[in-house]
Each structure stands twice: as structure tokens, then as C-alpha cells.
Write a protein that binds this ligand. Structure first.
Ligand code: ARG
Length: 649
């Protein structure tokens, strides 16, 4: 059920004889902002009238005359300069609602022509601990997969693990020089992660040492610039402000870099290791190259480490309730890379430039490299091989890449190259997202400047959820308190839900500020609020001693009488529309916005329309059916976001 889509279709028929671009015009049917203007409104008459050079109201009337909607709507009304206002018929609404109330899918039908989607998401570089940045791709990708599936599309979710990169060079080097054999025996994952951090810290140290002079120069330049602006007769306030900000950023970066150097130099162990391994950066690259070139020892270590790395990330996926159909990492495509380059060369799509093999693409300044001078293949080469494989394997209509916006140039080039290569019928989409910021408006880091580990993030969210739940119970009086085990269980659901929802409810293209307090708030657009609302609706059934299941199978019917009842009914029928909107541009935030809106509409209804204490039995069961449908839509909606409801909170 998508009321807007149904109305648009009717408009399409009415507009076809009047305009060539009837599809575009019919898309102008929208829900109204103000219920005084009906439920839906179309403003297409105004655009059309301008072109036809006719009075818009006259055009509106002509469109309205051609509209065949009497089964759904009351006669259309023309308002203002030529709006066509539509009010759905109450009997039609009730009929749809009664069907939805008894439908397992809450009235949402599957699509008529399913498409095949490969969704590439999460895709962390393994062998380093997962961090806060990984949550976005993981939860957005998961929500998109769930929504696509629910609507009947075929989905292959693919975790394109980075399991072949420099990070393996780091742990191989670390293992060869610094391993604590006993620790590795006992806790291989922890030991590998320690080795990764150690080697990364050392390579970072040398990089920082090299960076300092440049950073000092930049801070110096900025300071000079600030002074120059200040010294001017009439200092330019805006420029001064901008420049001061750049100066403080430059100073911060410099300080950060010096702190990292300081951390190594003030530690006797680290400074000794740094002195003993001055060539560590090159050595790490060499270990990686040896791995890629088939060195037996490095391959053996790699295949020993990989399963441990997978166990590590699997624990997080389990907690996040995320699964994949396939997990072909980059290493899976390793043997296919030479043939990709050969194929591009043979077809004349790539050529050599300064020893490297490049694909030159229209609209891009620099070419896409697919083989380096030293013979090494690149990220782009493996992504091309991946496209070829996916097409051969699943023949998808679309491949979605849920990846950080910083990779948009990579995907721009990749898609252009793939089209040249012949994959020009598939929808290739980079579903990109912004950065998670701390409360200071900068990328979210720990106090010491490290990235925030994903596991720690989950733990903290759960810990805080526990506090919220205890406080909530205390506020309600002890009689309702759950036992400790229940409370722990609920905290895990509520904490992780809050984290996911905070992410999903953002416009994915923008950066957003991370705040535990906001995400766990009991009011506002949060998972906690929705879960709590769901539990409250369940509470109505508990209190009234009503079995929802029995009610659904009874002959009770939804009858819309009060205005708030009608509003809730209409909102419930907009569920399908919200799901369609998610898929227009792959934005789960369309669903969170809908669920929040629905919940608020529900509470307006609940405040003004007594349910258990309704005047008579017919009204009581009608309202209970509305409550039940609301609960099921919230539950289903949250489930599509990868969030579980709890029956009590
Ligand atoms: N492993 C990459 C990273 O962490 C993301 C991979 C995304 N998927 C892809 N097919 N390139 O940056």
C-alpha cells in the first residue's frame, strides 16, 4: 500500500492527454502539511498552466474532471491559485486499515518486479581493531538489505573485507620481531591486535618525525598571516576569524603530532624499539610485497592469522545482529587481477604511462591506476575484478557500495571504468556517508587522540542504557522493577539499538555529532523512545488483559470516528510509502522519520481517545486494533533497521 503512488497513477492517466511530461507532473502529489487542506495535495496545475498560458484554476479544474478517484477520495477541491486538494474517503480508509490490521505485513505489499541487488557494506580492513567509523557502513548497509528484502527484492549482502593490505605486512613484521609466543598461544586475537598497534605506532612515529618541520612551517605561516591581517589599517574581521581558526587547527595538529612523538620517546621500551627498527616503514611494505608475491612463509602466517581476525570481527557482528550472505575479501580476487589488467590493455581501454598501467577517464583529472610500476595491483584493480565476478555470479541489476564519502573519487572512477569495460546496464551506486564527530565538532576520538574502538563504544552504550533503565524503573516505583538478568538483557538491546538508530536517523550524507545522552533520551527521535513507546502499547494489552492475536481473529473492526483516530489510521497506511522512500536514494532516515512521526501521532490519539475505557465495546476493540497495528508497524519498522523491540522497559 502506497497511497501517494496510487494517487499519482490516477493523476498520470488524467494528465496524459494534457501534457507530454505527465509522469513528472503526477509526481507532484504529496501529503498535505495542514489537515485543513485534506490529506493529499497536488500542485501540478500551476506548472502546467504556466506552460499552457492558461489560468491555473481552470487547468486544475480540467485535471480534476479527468481524475478517476471516486473510489478512494471525496470529490477534489480546488484551492488558492490552483491546488488540487484531496481527502480520502473514510470508508475507503477503514477498509484499507482493516485489511492491514489482519495482514502479517501490516498492509505492505511486495514489489511487482523484484530486482537483484548486491550490497557491499561493512567491509573493514581486518587485522586492525574495528573502530567507530565502521559502524556507519555496517548499520546503514544492513538496514538497506533488510528493507530491500522485505519489499521482495533479491539481495546478496557481501562483506568485502580488506584482508590483503598493508596491515598484514604490519602484523607479519610484528610477529617476526616482537611476538610474545605464550600470549599468542593463549589469546591470539589480543596478541595480534597488540602487534598491530605496536608496529602501527612505530611507523606512525617515524611519519610524525618527518611531518613536524612541515607542520611547524604551516603554523608559522598562519601566525604570520594573522598578524598581517591584524596590522592592517582596517582589519578584515571575517578573514581574521577564518585565519585564526586555521591557526588553531594547525597548532592542534602540530601538538597532536608532537604528543605522538613524545609518547614513544618518553617510553623506555618504545624508544628502544624505535631506535632498533629505524627502517620499519619500508620493512612493512616489503613484508606486504612478499605476501603478495607468494613468499611461502608470509602466506603461511597470513593464513594462520586470518581466521583469528575473523573471529574478532564476528563477535561484533553477533552483537550488532548483522549477517552476510558472502564474505569475499580482497584476497579472494587476488588471482584474477592480472587478467583484469590484460583485458583492459587488450581492449585498448588502458595504456602504460611512466611504467604504470592507467585507465584515462573523461571528467577526471588523474587516470585510474590498475597496475603500479613495480607490478603491484591496486585497490581499484581488485574492485574491477569484484564487479566482473559479481556480474558472472549473480547478474545483479544494481551494486550498492556503502562506503565513507572520502572514497567518492575512487568510486567515481571505478564506475566510469566499469562502464567502459561494458558494465553499462547495471546501476552502480556509492551510498556514501559522512564522519562521526565528537562534541567538539571534530572526528570522534578518545581523549588521547586515538580512534574509538567499536567494542568499547558498544559496551559504553550498554552501560549507559542500564543506567537509564534503572532510573526509569525507580521513577515508576519498585513494584514494576524487573530482575537483574532481565535488566541486563534489556540494556544490551536498548544500548545497541540507540547506537544504531542514532546513526540511521541522520541524513547519511552529513557528518553528525555523537552523543550518548542524546541517543538514549526517552523523548525525541531515538530508538529508546520508540522501544519505550512500543512497550507502552504492549502495556495497554497487558493491563486490559487482551490477547492481540484473539482480537485480530475476531470480527472486531476499525472504525474511524475522532479526528485523532483518523490521523493515526492514515499515518499507519503510510508505512509502505516510507519504505519506498528509503529505497529512492537508499536513505534509512526516511524510515526513522516515519516511525517517529507515527509514534507521536499515536500518543496524540492515545491522549484524546480512551482505549480501555472507551464508551462501548465496538469503539474499544476498534481502538485496540489501532493500537495493535501501531505496535506491529513500529516493530516491523525497527526490525528493518536491525533493531529489536522489548516488551517492557
Ligand atoms: N576495506 C575498505 C576500507 O576499509 C572498504 C571497502 C569497500 N568496498 C569496496 N568494494 N571497495 O576502506
Amino acid at each position: 500500500m502506497n497511497i501517494a503512488a496510487m494517487l499519482r497513477e490516477r493523476f498520470l492517466t488524467a494528465l496524459a492527454p494534457l501534457a507530454g511530461d505527465a509522469a513528472e507532473l503526477s509526481a507532484m502529489v504529496r501529503p498535505t502539511q495542514d489537515p485543513r487542506f485534506g490529506d493529499y495535495q497536488a500542485n501540478c496545475a500551476m506548472s502546467l498552466a504556466k506552460r499552457l498560458k492558461r489560468p491555473p484554476r481552470e487547468v486544475a479544474e480540467e485535471i480534476a474532471r479527468g481524475l478517476d478517484i471516486s473510489d478512494m477520495c471525496q470529490p477534489p477541491e480546488i484551492a488558492g491559485p490552483g491546488f488540487i486538494n484531496l481527502r480520502l474517503r473514510d470508508d475507503w480508509l477503514s477498509q484499507q486499515l482493516n485489511a492491514a490490521a489482519r495482514d502479517e505485513r501490516a498492509g505492505v505489499a511486495g514489489v511487482n518486479s523484484p530486482r537483484t541487488f548486491v550490497v557491499d557494506y561493512s567491509s573493514p580492513n581486518v587485522a586492525k581493531p574495528m573502530h567507530v567509523g565502521h559502524i556507519r557502513s555496517t548499520v546503514i548497509g544492513d538496514a538497506i538489505c533488510r528493507t530491500l528484502r522485505f519489499l521482495g527484492h533479491r539481495v546478496i549482502s557481501d562483506n568485502h573485507l580488506g584482508d590483503w593490505g598493508t596491515q598484514f605486512g604490519m602484523i607479519i613484521y610484528g610477529y617476526k620481531h616482537f611476538v610474545d609466543a605464550d600470549a599468542f598461544q593463549q589469546h591470539p586475537v589480543q596478541e595480534l591486535s597488540r602487534l598491530y598497534k605496536l608496529v602501527h605506532g612505530l611507523t606512525d612515529y617515524f611519519e610524525c618525525l618527518r611531518d613536524v618541520p612541515r607542520l611547524e612551517a604551516r603554523a608559522g605561516d598562519k601566525l604570520a598571516e594573522v598578524e598581517r591581517i591584524r596590522a592592517a589599517e582596517k582589519p578584515d574581521a571575517a578573514a581574521l576569524k577564518r585565519c585564526q581558526r586555521q591557526l588553531s587547527e594547525a597548532n592542534e595538529k602540530l601538538q597532536e603530532t608532537r604528543d605522538k612523538i613524545g609518547a614513544v620517546e618518553s617510553s623506555p621500551v618504545l624508544s628502544r624499539l624505535a631506535a632498533e627498527h629505524p627502517q620499519i616503514e619500508q620493512a612493512v611494505l616489503d613484508e606486504t610485497a612478499k605476501l603478495h608475491n607468494g613468499d611461502a612463509e608470509n602466506r603461511r602466517l597470513w593464513s594462520e592469522f586470518l581466521p583469528h581476525c575473523r573471529v574478532e570481527i564476528q563477535r561484533l557482528y553477533d552483537r550488532l545482529d548483522v549477517t552476510f550472505d558472502v564474505e569475499h575479501g580482497e584476497s579472494f580476487y587476488e588471482e584474477q587481477l592480472p587478467s583484469v589488467v590484460e583485458d583492459f590493455l587488450q581492449r585498448g581501454l588502458a595504456r602504460e604511462s611512466e611504467g604504470a598501467i592507467c585507465v584515462f577517464l573523461d571528467g577526471f583529472e588523474s587516470p585510474m591506476l590498475i597496475r603500479k610500476k613495480d607490478g603491484a595491483f591496486l585497490y581499484a584493480t581488485s574492485d574491477l575484478a569484484t564487479i566482473r565476478y559479481r556480474v558472472e555470479q549473480w547478474n545483479p541489476d544494481a551494486i550498492l557500495y556503502v562506503v565513507d564519502h572520502r572514497q567518492s573519487e575512487h568510486f567515481g572512477k571505478l564506475f566510469a571504468a566499469a562502464r567502459l569495460w561494458g558494465y553499462d546496464k547495471i546501476e552502480l551506486a556509492h551510498v556514501s556517508f559522512g564522519t562521526i564527530l565528537g562534541e567538539n565538532g571534530r572526528p570522534y576520538k578518545t581523549r588521547s587522540g586515538d580512534t574509538v574502538g567499536l567494542e568499547g563504544l558498544l559496551d559504553e552504550a550498554v552501560r549507559r542504557a542500564y543506567r537509564v533503565i534503572c532510573e526509569n524503573e525507580a521513577a515508576k516505583g519498585l513494584s514494576e522493577a524487573s530482575n537483574e538478568e532481565q535488566r541486563r538483557h534489556i540494556s544490551e538491546s536498548v544500548g545497541i539499538a540507540a547506537l544504531k538508530y542514532a546513526d540511521l536517523s541522520q541524513n547519511r550524507s552529513s557528518d553528525y555529532e555523537f552523543s550518548y545522552d542524546k541517543m538514549l533520551a526517552l523523548t525525541g527521535n531515538t530508538a529508546t523512545y520508540l522501544q519505550y513507546s512500543y512497550a507502552r502499547v504492549q502495556g495497554i494489552f497487558l493491563k486490559g488483559n487482551v490477547e492481540a492475536e484473539t482480537l485480530r481473529t475476531s470480527s472486531a473492526r476499525i472504525e474511524l470516528q475522532a479526528a485523532d483516530e483518523r490521523r493515526l489510521g492514515l499515518k499507519l497506511l503510510e508505512f509502505g510509502q516510507a519504505l519506498d522512500e528509503v529505497l529512492i536514494d537508499y536513505r534509512p532516515s526516511a524510515l526513522t522519520a516515519y516511525l517517529f512521526d507515527l509514534t507521536q501521532t499515536f500518543f496524540n490519539f492515545y491522549e484524546s481517545c480512551p482505549v480501555l475505557k472507551a464508551d462501548n465495546e465496538v469503539t474499544r476493540s476498534s481502538r485496540l486494533l489501532l493500537c495493535d497495528l501501531t505496535a506491529r508497524v513500529i516493530r516491523q519498522g525497527l526490525q528493518l533497521l536491525g533493531i529489536r523491540v522489548v516488551d517492557r522497559m
